[in-house]
Design a protein. Structure first.
Length: 440
């Protein structure tokens, strides 16, 4: 490293003389950033169950209106890969700090703007059009919110602790869910139905901009430093064109998109879908069920931490195989004797707690598995786009599909849907093992 470069560095160097950022510092920025992103998405998902059916689609029955809302929910997952492509180009031209600033203000602004959405009774069908437009923008923004910190974290972690550090970014999911569920549970439980639909639901959306601004500064504090820029360059974690990525690693991209499918399919089947079933087909209090889910999210966070310990002992690939098999057995039990059924409070609670536990165990290692599929030169863009495709295939339409088949054919078919995701994960891992054996 030159004297000029060294003069800009804080002096933290690794044993090779390169700039070094402690994994713990990177992890804090990653967790805060991910929590803000998941908060935005969970707020919208809960709105699709508790608000938009009556606000935007009052002309349809409750089930149909919820399905319409879930259709809009899926739009963000369709535009997320497009957002990755667009913002990678912005990254190459203007830098990662500019990219993150634009993306997070777009994400937070789109979510906050929904707080002012007029209903169907005020502007007619345009209410749904505007909601869909903001959802599309959310997806584009989330694609741009990829900062490379999780890949850097995995590369900067001690070799015998990479499973542990790979799971840290995933803690943002249960934190974001707990914040969103807690806000909705409070307002839905404390207010009358009319007050909640008039103004109470708007508060969780409105605070999204504040949360995203805090997350932005937490991430810029890391991304804008000279240390980070140098380390990203030396690790070759720089944006490349999608065309170049597909040419070099097209097969890896496809396999990587199917590896986390079991986890991503389960993701919305224990968060958004159960709330819709409780709201539509049972007499249970939604706010009470949201608090049960919050407890489940705590279990999920503990399982994410456990996945890091397990992965460092048996390897990330074996951890994913174990989790995929367990999700498969869970889905079979749901097919034979659905855990989420009727008005059984015990069954609903069991489904949530076990589901969140399995989700945490599997989800905890998905980021590390996806990132490790690529060489360092392609890892930054490859991990982002692979994650986008996995979310699109595995999670984007999960609430819509699950509610459609369960309302028509019964809850056992939700287990069939989940089983298909588990089988895809196990098949993708086996194909990858035969090709190159990368997940170790």
């Amino acid at each position: 490293m030159s004297a000029e470069t060294a003069s800009h560095s804080s002096g933290r160097l690794d044993r090779h003389g390169r700039d070094y950022v402690p994994p713990g510092e990177i992890a804090i920025g990653v967790i805060i950033g991910r929590a803000s992103e998941y908060f935005d998405f969970f707020v919208f998902g809960l709105g699709c169950v508790l608000v938009f059916p009556e606000l935007v689609f009052p002309f349809a029955d409750r089930l149909t209106a919820t399905l319409y809302a879930f259709g809009i929910f899926a739009l963000a997952f369709v535009t997320r890969p497009l957002g990755t492509v667009m913002f990678m180009a912005l990254d190459r031209r203007h830098g990662r700090a500019t990219k993150l600033t634009v993306a997070l203000f777009l994400l937070g602004g789109s979510t906050a703007a929904i707080a002012f959405l007029p209903g169907y009774e005020t502007i007619g069908i345009w209410s749904g059009v505007i909601l869909a437009a903001f959802r599309l923008l959310q997806g584009i923004a989330l694609g741009g919110a990829w900062d490379g910190l999780s890949s850097l974290l995995a590369l900067n972690a001690p070799p015998n602790r990479r499973g542990w550090y790979a799971m840290l970014p995933q803690l943002g999911a249960p934190i974001g869910f707990m914040l969103a569920a807690g806000l909705f549970a409070y307002f839905e439980g404390a207010l009358s139905e009319q007050d909640f639909l008039d103004w109470g639901w708007r508060y969780p959306f409105f605070v999204a901009l504040t949360i995203n601004v805090v997350a932005l500064f937490a991430r810029l504090r890391m991304v804008a430093t000279h240390e980070f820029a140098q380390l990203m360059e030396t690790r070759e974690l720089m944006p490349i064109s999608v065309t170049e990525l597909i040419r070099a690693h097209g097969g890896t991209l496809v396999i990587g998109a199917f590896v986390p499918l079991a986890s991503f399919a389960l993701f919305h089947l224990v968060t958004i879908f159960p709330v819709s079933w409780i709201n539509l087909f049972t007499d249970r209090s939604v706010s009470e069920f949201l608090m049960v889910q919050t407890a489940g999210a705590v279990v999920g966070a503990g399982a994410i931490l456990t996945s890091g310990l397990v992965a460092d002992q048996i390897g990330r690939r074996n951890t994913l195989i174990l989790a995929g098999a367990m999700i498969g057995f869970f889905s079979l039990s749901s097919i034979i004797a659905p855990l989420l059924f009727g008005d059984s409070l015990a069954g609903q609670t069991i489904y949530v707690i076990i589901g969140f536990g399995l989700l945490g165990l599997s989800y905890g290692q998905t980021a590390g598995a996806v990132a490790s599929s690529f060489g360092t030169q392609y890892r930054y863009t490859g991990a982002a786009l692979t994650s986008d495709l996995a979310w699109l295939i595995g999670a984007g339409f999960a609430p819509l599909v699950a509610l459609t088949v369960s309302s028509e054919f019964g809850l056992a078919w939700v287990g069939v849907y989940l089983l298909s995701g588990a089988l895809c994960t196990l098949a993708a891992l086996e194909i990858d093992r035969r090709m190159q054996g990368r997940y170790s």
